[in-house]
Design a protein around this ligand. Structure first.
Ligand code: AQP
Length: 358
């Protein structure tokens, strides 16, 4: 069975997700959501939300425990703001809390971290050492390296497994972590001779990898210090035009086609258009075939982004001004996710031999 599935672009096609699926994913509250987060993950979350079938469960979390993996001094008030803004952004992007559970990971953190411990006892160090994100983010100075940054993929596995998640919509950069999740599910099942944890499938959108605008060999990333490298979903039209105008392209300026190896900058812009318009690359190439200079191409790309993000921007202002509604969404999300996590952790402890009924 395929462990990775690409979702269809066509809005009318049914999704390849079974009726009894548990769909789970999270986003870190490390800053405003950018186009990579949106096209790689959140847009897919919405697609799944909009097509939810009655017996499916959907849980989307704000991964606030993961946001601590790179500690920052005097960060608590910023984290508090980021968490609330993350909820407001998800709602603005069209996630409906009556359909999908939205929670803060830390509110049900006891369940996640307890399972994290059980899985840590099964996770080989060599496997974690090979994780690309660890290699990219570690400082190289052993005296400053933190256990949390090294071990967080195991917490991520626990986040999925505590709900017995079967389908996880993420961007391409998370594929290794999903492989680790499948590995730990198998290890646990084999160790305790049970068939308890499902093998979670990775769900990708067509735009699973959006590159930095200033350096298309890198992914668009919230932690980049270059503000021109990313477009936030709440950016003003002027800011979007400025960033697209400065986006790195190449010297072929009269024809535009998709070639991520030879023309990574242009291909990234076409990928963004394809993601927003839910059109195939062939259709996008046909649309831009009338354009024969970078000014026109970049204006075209900016127009598509500005038009697509306009409703998100206005919703965002509405939600950030309604703190009591945001709190009610979180409370409701806490109650429904806590119920599942509590039941599953009780089962897991029984399997391990940690239940108190002798
Ligand atoms: N550039 C990207 N292209 C496609 N998908 C992406 N995602 C992130 N960047 C891209 C997907 O967005 C979801 C939420 O990501 P996250 O915030 O939890 O963590 P991340 O992957 O580490 O994202 P960033 O922006 O790079 O954050 P920082 O810089 O804080 O680490 C995930 O599904 C991710 O795949």
């Amino acid at each position: 069975m395929e462990s990775c599935v690409e979702l269809p672009m066509d809005k009318t096609s049914p999704l390849p997700i079974p009726d009894d699926a548990v769909i789970f994913s999270m986003i870190q509250p490390t800053g405003v959501i950018h186009l990579g987060n949106f096209l790689g993950a959140i847009n897919t979350w919405k697609q799944i939300n909009d097509k939810k079938r009655p017996d499916q469960k959907i849980i989307y979390g704000i991964a606030d425990l993961h946001a601590l993996t790179i500690p920052k001094k005097d960060y608590s008030s910023q984290l508090k703001t980021n968490r609330m803004e993350a909820i407001a952004t998800l709602l603005s992007c069209g996630i409906n809390p009556q359909v999908s559970t939205i929670n803060f990971q830390s509110m049900v953190g006891g369940y996640h971290t307890e399972l994290f411990w059980y899985l840590s006892c099964l996770a080989p160090l060599g496997y974690l050492n090979r994780m690309t994100q660890w290699k990219d983010k570690k400082s190289g100075d052993q005296t400053k390296e933190r256990l949390g940054l090294f071990a967080y993929p195991v917490l991520q596995a626990a986040d999925i497994m505590i709900y017995k998640g079967t389908h996880v919509p993420v961007g391409d950069d998370q594929s290794q972590h999903l492989e680790l999740t499948r590995y730990l599910s198998e290890r646990f099942n084999a160790m305790y001779n049970v068939d308890y944890f499902p093998s979670a499938k990775t769900l990708y959108s067509k735009s699973k990898k959006i590159a930095s605008l200033s350096n298309p060999s890198k992914k668009m990333s919230k932690s980049s210090e270059d503000r021109l490298s990313m477009i936030y979903v709440t950016d003003s039209p002027e800011s979007i035009r400025e960033k697209i105008k400065k986006a790195k392209t190449d010297s072929i300026s009269d024809t535009f086609y998709f070639d991520p190896v030879e023309r990574p900058g242009v291909s990234n812009l076409l990928e963004i258009v394809s993601g927003f318009q839910q059109k195939t690359m062939k259709e996008v190439e046909k649309d831009v075939s009338q354009l024969h200079d970078y000014r026109s191409l970049k204006e075209y790309v900016s127009d598509v982004i500005i038009e697509s993000l306009a409703p998100i921007r206005s919703n965002y202002t509405k939600y950030t001004n309604d703190k009591s509604y945001l709190e009610s969404v979180i409370q409701q999300g806490y109650e429904s996710s806590q119920e599942i996590a509590h039941k599953n952790l009780t089962d897991i402890k029984k399997i391990i031999g940690l239940s108190n009924d002798f």
